[in-house]
Design a protein around this ligand. Structure first.
Ligand code: F6R
Length: 626
């Protein structure tokens, strides 16, 4: 978690570059923030507890004489959120910012004690600054000192280090959390994420684990894990800086909810042939390290050949991405007739899983950096599985390490609560299920065409559902008075119920549960009284009647029922508290539609309660620590 920005070079005001960059990274953490900028004598440090605006207040009247500086926005791991624990951390003439966790911090602390060095914060990060300072007493070379400290650190870390003695230098090193170097003209940048740098450059070098970048003046040397200089792979992104602005919406989350129709269209576009209404997954690009499944001697298997041989699918993810995985289980089992196991990444990685031969292992991650999901992917590779990723952020760690690749194509998602990446994932997972089914020979052409047509209609149907924005804006003030929320659904609507509950918990901080409607009688019915809102998601599908029976059971016990359905309105208009009509759609498309009102419900409830929607308490968008 945590966001890092560094600037070295040209003519820009480092304070502006760093603070504006940190604004784009605040989604990664907002417990405290700080900068250290060269002032002609040393790196002057300013830190503030709380959100970035507190730091801005403290730096408004400051100007600096140098053109080099580093900054940080923190999601607390070691040490409470406070100014004392805020980055940058300093030891003598060393100043650094850190994202990640130093696991052997106790051991390092003991060592420092033996050297009579006592940290002034509770963080693991400060210890690294002391180690580098001590090392710099033994060697006159800044780079050498940092390089020698690195093997002493265990854990996950991205570090940016500067030193008063070498004011035109900056060292970036990555071992886990992401770090990208932005290449400018006579100036260079470093950040945790390209979003911080898009207004300055479109040319980036993504550091790999154990790589280092040594910025000196306008020059940069890149080093591989063996410490040898290497030619960097420069990637040009064509993301416009506008993508990371609010564009008139009060919050990124609302902007992203409204972008969903476009996001779904962009997600499916590369894989659909419009004339024939057929599916072919594009640019999956299985790498040469992919375990070979096909019985022939061919070294290069096509995606279709590989899918043909798959006998079981695993899908692993965290949070909202996990709920996308659960929807995909229904898709793949029903459409491709393949058994699917889904798991939360933090469970999968520690439960000694059995992954049989001929398993396809898919991980889903918007950020592509979630630590548990990445660890699960690595474990699956060790166990011999053929792996694939479905990410939003291209070139993220998960994208780079998987054998094959799918993309959400949603554009940057800044709101901490995931919305557009979720619906884009569902859209791609529809196509994934169809592609598996085709490769397995269990899909007729008419089924394929009907499904593709339904998917192509999804964006315009989503536009219709977005009209509930106004409705929830008004209903939120009524809804915020309730004690709790129970979201219920069956089949593909069951994970949507859980996603609805998660959104409400994380944004409105209200008690909410997502349940399979059929489980009601096994406990949750006891929760229901007139102070509980029951949100029933019941599209007209093969379990519709059963869902309606569950609705009546909730109503009979005094629950205030809000029904989301594309079924007949007349029986429910008067018997439910609210009847929210959804467009008629193919069963596999209904989750893309029913989730939208749930996002809007959580968003408006959080606003009515005066919560910071884009930065809910205690959370961060990119969970790069376990
Ligand atoms: C909830 C939310 C989180 C993420 C989870 C996984 O709104 O955003 O639950 O879905 O942290 O993140 P990714 O998809 O980046 O791996």
């Amino acid at each position: 978690m945590c966001g890092i920005v560094g600037y070295l070079g040209g003519t820009k005001d480092p304070k502006e570059v760093i603070i504006n960059g940190l604004k784009k990274l605040e989604y990664r953490g907002y417990d405290s923030a700080g900068v250290a900028i060269w002032n002609g004598k040393n790196f002057q440090r300013i830190r503030a507890a709380g959100k970035l605006k507190e730091l801005e207040k403290q730096t408004t009247d400051l100007s600096f004489q140098g053109v080099v500086g580093i900054g940080h926005t923190r999601w607390a791991t070691h040490g409470a959120p406070s100014e004392r624990n805020a980055h940058p951390h300093q030891s003598g003439d060393i100043t650094l910012v850190h994202n990640g966790i130093i696991e052997n911090y106790l051991e390092i602390k003991e060592f420092l004690k033996s050297q009579e060095v006592y940290p002034s914060s509770d963080t693991d990060s400060e210890l690294v600054a002391h180690l580098i300072r001590l090392q710099l007493q033994k060697t006159p070379h800044f780079l050498q000192a940092v390089r020698e400290v690195r093997p002493l650190l265990k854990g996950a870390f991205a570090l940016l280090v500067v030193c008063d003695r070498f004011p035109d230098e900056m060292i970036a090193l990555k071992e886990g959390p992401p770090l990208v170097v932005g290449l400018g003209t006579n100036e260079n940048f470093v950040a945790s994420d390209v979003q911080a740098l898009l207004s300055h450059t479109q040319r980036f070098v993504f550091l790999e684990d154990q790589e280092m970048a040594h910025l000196k003046g306008t020059h940069i040397d890149f080093y591989n894990s063996e410490g040898q200089k290497q030619t960097p792979v420069v990637q040009t992104l064509n993301w416009s800086p506008d993508l990371v602005e609010k564009q008139g919406f009060p919050h990124f989350m609302l902007k992203e909810i409204h972008e969903q129709p476009r996001a779904v269209a962009a997600a499916i576009e590369p894989h659909i042939h419009l004339e024939t209404l057929s599916v072919k997954l594009k640019n999956v690009n299985f790498s040469h390290q992919t375990p070979r499944l096909h019985s022939t001697d061919k070294t290069d298997q096509t995606t279709e050949e590989l899918f043909h041989d798959i006998e079981r699918v695993f899908i692993v993810a965290c949070g909202t991405s996990f709920y996308a995985a659960q929807v995909a289980k229904y898709y793949i089992e029903q459409i491709a007739k393949l058994p699917v196991e889904t798991d939360i990444a933090s469970e999968f990685r520690y439960r000694h899983p059995v992954v049989p031969p001929k398993s396809l292992f898919l991980v889903i991650s918007q950020s592509g950096e979630t630590a548990d999901t990445l660890a699960a992917l690595r474990l699956a590779k060790q166990l011999g599985a053929t792996t694939m990723s479905l990410c939003n952020v291209k070139n993220s760690s998960i994208d780079r390490e998987a054998h094959g690749h799918l993309y959400m194509n949603s554009g940057p998602e800044i709101g901490v609560a995931s919305t557009k990446a979720f619906v884009s994932s569902l859209a791609v997972l529809n196509l994934f299920a169809l592609a598996l089914a085709k490769a397995k020979g269990v899909l007729s052409q008419s089924q394929e065409q009907e499904h593709v047509q339904a998917l192509l209609s999804a964006p315009s149907q989503m536009e219709v559902v977005l009209a509930y924005d106004k409705y929830f804006n008004e209903a939120a003030h009524r809804l915020k008075l309730f004690k709790g929320f129970l979201f219920m659904g069956r089949g593909v609507s069951y994970p949507i119920a859980m996603e609805g509950a998660l959104k409400l918990k994380e944004l409105a901080y209200l008690h909410a549960e997502g349940y399979a409607s059929g489980e009601m009688k096994h406990g949750p019915l006891a929760l229901i009284d007139e102070r509980i809102v029951v949100v029933m998601i019941a599209p007209q599908d093969e379990v519709y009647e059963k869902s309606i029976s569950n609705l009546e059971e909730a109503r009979a016990r005094g629950g205030k029922v809000w029904l989301l359905t594309n079924g007949e309105a007349s029986p429910f208009k008067t018997t439910t508290e609210a009847f929210l009509h959804l467009p008629k759609a193919h069963w596999a498309i209904t989750p893309l539609l029913s989730v939208v009102p749930l996002q809007l419900l959580a968003y408006h409830l959080a606003c009515a309660l005066d919560h910071d929607v884009d930065q809910p308490r205690n959370l961060a968008k990119s969970v790069t620590v376990e």
